[in-house]
Structure formats: structure tokens, C-alpha cells
Ligand binder design. Structure first.
Ligand SMILES: NC(=O)c1ccc[n+]([C@@H]2O[C@H](COP(=O)([O-])OP(=O)(O)OC[C@H]3O[C@@H](n4cnc5c(N)ncnc54)[C@H](O)[C@@H]3O)[C@@H](O)[C@H]2O)c1
Length: 384
């Protein structure tokens, strides 16, 4: 491939895999991978025909775009390294967070730290003149993009939004550890529906008023239900959350007084439960991410289908299954990566950009401050 953009992936786990599976067919060449463990990066490199690098620093000279699919605690360091080398960035969610001990710090200190970090990232990306694609796939889900079109073309006013991302834990062995993830359900799962919601309010503002409508304040609650002394563990739900919440609710008030409510939890069986619903002054839309209800499969006995992939994070293939034949499409992964590479080529910001990523992250950390005060209304800081 002559002028193909050379992509290097940091991380060789779940997200790295679905990024590779959804790369555009033309114009991009995945050349390298690095990860924390030599055997995982070498196995991943062998499987996908890539070169294994010992570190991000060693890979940067060989690539044009760094795709950060590592746990959240390393995102900032790698964004800054790529920016210093003048390389474009794709970064998985959440953008960044507070990765100290949750015991020794107040939530206000965490929020202040994240504000500083967001400024540092914004300044470095802007000084380097690189593009940063924030991999919030909900923004790119076909259902959310259809709603964006409806909002823009009808100049709809969105009055309230509701969204949820819930499923039983994560594939990642380091999920549930604050110092690596920067929090629990609120940040790790709530970021998805909140991302789509903040995006749609931005788009509404641009279409109707010529400026984005941004989050102003939040009230939030977080709970650790699987750590309750009375929780009866039947063995179906993951329970090993070290020091993070497994249930979160955040109420957002926007600058124009309209509202959104997001629920995120680890307490849902039956596969991923992801949606965003929009209540506007001229229409109502329910955007489904999963289940998408494309095909329902009935299997009377699990072992018949044990090697079949039907839908993400379902624990059994027995009974009626809301199979998702094209998750790269319905979850927005393919469209997301196509937009990032087009944005790099065209020298424009992608739909899901650093400004959106910063608003999402600061809204969620304002949520942690609020939850610490049992839901007290808390202002969302803006750094620009
Ligand atoms: N958009 C989505 O739907 C979605 C889904 C899952 C995960 N994610 C995000 O993707 C990222 C990775 O999650 P995952 O589920 O793939 O995790 P994972 O644990 O499956 O994989 C993480 C990989 O990163 C490597 N790694 C860990 N620390 C590293 C470091 N400091 N430097 C280099 N490599 C390091 C590990 O060796 C592993 O290969 C996270 O930010 C997560 O929030 C997004």
C-alpha cells in the first residue's frame, strides 16, 4: 500500500482485536503492536501479521497513527508521547481519569487532577497539530447517526435524553481496579451513553443556535451492590470489583436547562443492554446499540452452540438469543475508524474529538464529586 497510513496498536487485548477487525479496507496498514507482556504482544503480532515492538516509544518512528487500546491509566502518557513525536492518535474510552488510590484522595481532588490532565492533553495535541480521534463508538452507531441527521435537518430541540450501558463486568482482568480504570460503572460504562448524549446536544446546539449546548451540572449516585453484606451470589454475576462501584446513575443539566439521565451498571444478565432515547419537541427516537433485534435465534441446548459467536457478553447460548450478526456495524466500530482516518487525511476534526472526550470525562468526574455528597448538584468544569 503506497500512501497508506501506518497504524501501530498499543494493547493486545479485547479492544485491540475489535479495532483491527474493523479497520477500513483501504488506505490503512496495521504495521505493529506493543503491549505490557512480551508473550501477549508476540502472539497477537503473529496472529495478525504485525511486528511486535517492546514499547510505544520504539513503535512511534515506524507509524503515522498510534491506536491506544491499553487500560485507561496509560492513555495520557501515550497520547503525550505520540503528540511529542507528531503522530496522530486514536484513543479508547475513557480519555483519562484519576489513577491514584481512591482511599487517600477526595473526589474534589480527583476532579481537580483530571481538569489539569485534560488541559495538558489539549495543549499538547493542539501544539503538535495532530488529530485525535476519541473512540466513543456510540457516537458512530448507525442509530445515533440517524438521530443526529433528524435533529439537524428538523432543527429539533431535545428536551430530555435517557441512556444506559449495562452488562456483567468486562473481559479485562484489570477491570474493577480504580488505580487502573479511574473508577467503576460510572466512567467505564456510563461514558458510552453519556458520549452519545453530549454529542447530540452539541449537534442540536450547532444546528439551532450556532454553538454547542454543553453540560452545566450533574447529580449522581454510585453504589456497590455486589459488596452489600446481604447480596446473595448465585454465581452468574461477576463480583470481583476491587474498589469501584457496580451501579451508577447520573442526571445531567445542560446549559439550556434541558436534562439527561444515564444509568450504568454491572448488574445486568443477558448480554449488553445499551440504548439512548431522545425526547424532542418534534419527535422521539429510541437508538438501540445492543440488542439490535436483527435476528433472534432459539437454541434448546447450550452445547450445540458453544463455539458460535452470537452477541457480545452473553454468558450462555441457550434459549432465545438476540444475535447481532454485524457488531462492527451496529456498535459503530467500523464507521468510527473510517471517520478517524478520513479526518487525518482531510486535516479536520473527527465527529468524536478531543473536546467531546474532555466534556465527557469532566462530566463523569463531577458525577463522582456529586455521588460522594449523596447526589448534591455539582457544576461541570469547562476548560474552554
Ligand atoms: N469501546 C468499547 O466498546 C470498549 C470495549 C472494551 C474496552 N474498551 C477500552 O479499551 C481499552 C482496553 O480495554 P481491553 O478490554 O482491551 O483491556 P484488556 O485487558 O483486554 O487489554 C489491555 C491490553 O493492554 C496491555 N497493557 C496494559 N497496560 C499497558 C501499558 N501500560 N502499556 C502497554 N500495554 C499495556 C495489556 O497487556 C493488554 O494486552 C480500555 O481503555 C477500555 O476502556 C472499549
Amino acid at each position: 500500500m503506497g500512501n497508506a497510513l501506518r497504524l501501530g496498536i498499543a494493547g493486545a487485548g479485547f479492544a485491540a482485536r475489535f479495532h483491527l477487525e474493523n479497520l477500513p479496507e483501504a488506505g490503512v496498514e496495521a504495521v505493529g503492536v506493543t503491549s505490557a507482556r512480551a508473550e501477549s504482544r508476540e502472539a497477537f503480532a503473529l496472529e495478525h501479521g504485525l511486528r511486535a515492538f517492546d514499547s510505544v516509544e520504539a513503535m512511534l518512528p515506524e507509524i503515522d497513527v498510534l491506536d491506544i487500546c491499553t487500560p485507561p491509566s496509560s492513555h495520557s502518557e501515550y497520547i503525550l508521547a505520540a503528540a511529542a513525536a507528531g503522530k496522530h492518535v486514536i484513543v479508547e474510552k475513557p480519555l483519562t481519569g484519576f489513577f491514584g488510590s481512591p482511599e487517600g484522595h477526595t473526589k474534589e481532588q480527583m476532579l481537580a487532577g483530571v481538569v489539569d490532565e485534560a488541559r495538558r492533553l489539549r495543549d499538547a495535541v493542539s501544539a503538535a497539530g495532530i488529530q485525535l480521534g476519541y473512540a466513543e463508538n456510540f457516537v458512530y452507531a448507525p442509530s445515533v447517526q440517524k438521530e443526529r441527521e433528524i435533529v439537524e435537518k428538523t432543527r429539533a430541540q431535545i428536551l430530555r435524553l435517557v441512556g444506559e450501558e449495562s452488562h456483567n463486568g468486562s473481559h479485562s482482568p484489570v477491570y474493577g481496579i480504580w488505580s487502573i480504570q479511574g473508577g467503576g460503572s460510572l466512567i467505564a460504562k456510563g461514558c458510552h451513553p453519556l458520549g452519545a448524549i453530549l454529542y447530540l446536544k452539541r449537534k442540536e446546539g450547532m444546528a439551532r443556535l450556532g454553538h454547542p449546548i454543553r453540560p452545566a451540572a450533574v447529580s449522581a449516585r454510585t453504589h456497590s451492590i455486589t459488596r452489600l453484606p446481604g447480596f446473595e451470589d448465585r454465581g452468574f454475576l461477576r463480583t470481583d470489583y476491587q474498589d469501584t462501584e457496580d451501579y451508577a446513575f447520573i442526571h445531567v443539566v445542560f446549559e439550556d436547562g434541558t436534562v439527561a439521565d444515564v444509568t450504568a451498571s454491572e448488574l445486568v444478565l443477558g448480554g449488553i443492554y445499551d440504548f439512548v432515547e431522545v425526547f424532542a419537541n418534534n419527535h422521539r427516537t429510541r437508538c438501540r446499540m445492543s440488542p439490535v433485534q436483527v435476528v433472534d435465534v432459539y437454541n434448546p441446548r447450550h452445547d450445540q452452540f458453544k463455539d458460535l459467536y452470537l452477541v457480545e457478553k452473553i454468558s450462555s447460548n441457550e434459549g432465545w438469543i438476540p444475535a447481532s450478526p454485524e457488531e462492527g456495524w451496529s456498535l459503530g466500530y467500523g464507521r468510527e475508524l473510517r471517520d478517524f482516518f478520513a479526518a487525518i487525511r482531510e486535516g479536520r476534526s473527527p465527529e468524536s474529538d478531543l473536546d467531546l472526550a474532555i466534556d465527557i470525562t469532566l462530566t463523569l468526574y463531577a458525577g463522582y464529586v456529586s455521588a460522594d455528597a449523596h447526589g448534591r448538584e455539582t457544576a461541570v468544569p469547562h476548560i474552554s
